[in-house]
Ligand binder design. Structure first.
Ligand SMILES: [Zn+2]
Length: 220
């Protein structure tokens, strides 16, 4: 058996034994070695990498990988039901309740704005991260007092989240990035399926909101 296939098999086993970090290393090695013509197995590897992320508590990155696998053609019968149980309307990990879903989307949008405004694209220190998360948390409290979200469609809610301005220290939005993100919201108000042709719903594809754990991994 080729090395990459061994790594894949071992990675799946390690995922089942809850050794998620080890599993992810093996699976990434398997993916690197997987030849182009084995596209079905490549999908499965990417899906398993999603499980490893999940196990490590990086749920946003986990969903990112799983959706990537579905886009690549991973379509076992149980996949869609499983994704529906894991992924919310924003393309993010499901939270305890709908308000939790709204809050995590609001948070991710504003954290992304902050990180965009920095050259490094990252939090420099834990203290900086704590400060920004606290500012966003306060902003959310204020936002939900003032804006009614009941009954609004997902994309309308996202527009409301984006319209809310938080004054971060040294906050600055570069022109081109700002207009780019606006383009994402307004580009496709039509059908439910993404216009890129992936066959996935827009909110699970090009419109999905990346979670804070993905943003921190540099996953803009
Ligand atoms: Zn798309």
């Amino acid at each position: 058996m080729a090395d990459w296939k061994q790594y894949f098999r071992q990675g799946v086993e390690q995922n089942l034994c809850d050794n998620f970090e080890q599993a992810q290393k093996l699976l990434e090695a398997a993916f690197d070695g997987c030849p182009d013509e084995e596209s079905e197995l490549a999908c499965e590897i990417v899906f398993e990498i999603g499980r490893s992320f999940f196990g490590r508590g990086k749920r946003g990155a986990g969903i990112g990988s799983m959706l990537e696998a579905v886009k690549m053609g991973h379509e076992e019968a149980h996949t869609e039901n499983m994704m529906r149980a894991l992924v919310n309307e924003y393309g993010m990990p499901v939270q305890k309740d709908p308000l939790g879903d709204d809050r995590s989307a609001f948070t991710a949008i504003h954290v992304m704005r902050y990180l965009y405004s920095k050259k490094s694209g990252k939090f420099g220190t834990l203290a900086e991260r704590d400060m920004i998360m606290e500012l966003v948390s306060d902003a959310w409290s204020d936002f939900k007092e003032r804006v009614r979200l009941d009954g609004l469609r997902t994309r309308v809610k996202i527009s409301r989240f984006r319209e809310y301005v938080i004054f971060f220290p040294t906050f600055r939005v570069p022109e081109e990035i700002n207009s780019g993100s606006e383009h994402i919201i307004y580009a496709d108000f039509g059908g439910d399926l993404c216009s890129c042709g992936s066959g996935l719903p827009y909110m699970w594809c090009c419109g999905r909101i990346k979670s804070v754990d993905e943003l921190e991994n540099g996953g803009f």
